[in-house]
Design a protein around this ligand. Structure first.
Ligand SMILES: [Zn+2]
Length: 270
């Protein structure tokens, strides 16, 4: 499942092909993904110039000179392919630029989505309206988390996954950040000390930035025909490592919180 770093890497890869370009043609090969494609998607984008790309939480945004922004979500299995050698049955949306570059949105499980949103109303678009600050932006601070966690008995892990508190943080990165900050995932949010929050915030930013950097190192592949954006393997310190030793000599354990696995070191994280 694509997490924030994969979406960020995808957006950067798409930008290398789309930024400043006119979309010459738009082909919609089926009616829906998780929900229907906008009925006027092809009409709205054909002939539009892409003015820029950005990311909000786990959504990618393609801004156009028609004051409308195409917002995509990769769901569970979505990926963009650049200059694919052939268009398969899972390539549901295909864009061609004025330069003849082809981008296809491929999504076998179809949990992704594509929407058109008025560019000046993005902040109030319902999926964005309640989102907390971006984890990599200046608004995520120890002070903000202290305010959000104050008096909360919910586990710190679950609070960090709450998109209203921080936008776009996924399971893997929360596990890794808590490990670096040495905070047990089941600790009550309100009991995380200010000094620990001061470690947690840079840990969150660092694990995300390192993954984006790892994905960015595959940027050269974007120029390759049939290049696929957005998926890359990275080694994690605790995620997916149940039963393995931590560098401290402790053991990585797994518990289930909110239906999802948390991995942590029993010795380092209190
Ligand atoms: Zn340890």
């Amino acid at each position: 499942m694509p997490e924030l770093p994969e979406v960020e890497t995808t957006v950067r890869g798409l930008a290398t092909v789309l930024e400043g370009q006119v979309i010459r043609s738009v082909r919609v090969n089926r009616a829906d993904l998780r929900r229907p494609f906008p009925v006027d998607l092809a009409q709205a984008l054909t002939g539009a110039r892409v003015t820029g790309l950005s990311r909000r939480a786990k959504y990618g945004l393609i801004h156009t000179d028609r004051e409308r922004t195409m917002v995509f979500h990769l769901g569970m299995s979505g990926r963009w392919r650049i200059d694919p050698e052939d268009i398969g049955k899972h390539d549901h949306l295909v864009l061609e630029t004025g330069e003849g570059r082809v981008l296809s949105l491929n999504d076998a499980r179809r949990f992704g989505s594509v929407d058109l949103v008025d560019s000046d109303r993005l902040e109030s678009w319902p999926p964005f309206a309640a989102l907390g600050p971006e984890p990599l932006g200046p608004d995520l601070t120890a002070q903000l988390l202290a305010g959000a966690f104050k008096g909360r008995i919910a586990a710190v892990k679950l609070l960090l996954l709450d998109q209203r508190i921080v936008a776009g943080l996924g399971n893997i990165y929360v596990c890794e950040a808590l490990y670096r900050a040495r905070v047990h995932p089941a600790r009550e949010g309100g009991r995380v000390k200010p000094g620990e929050l001061k470690l947690l915030v840079p840990a969150i930013k660092a694990v995300l930035e390192e993954s984006i950097l790892a994905g960015g190192s595959t940027l050269r592949d974007y120029a390759r025909p049939d290049g696929e954006l957005g998926y890359f393997a990275k080694d994690f310190a605790v995620y997916g490592r149940e039963g393995e030793p931590c560098a401290c000599g402790g053991t990585v354990e797994r518990i289930v919180q909110g239906g999802r696995s948390s991995f942590f070191c029993v010795r380092c994280q209190k």
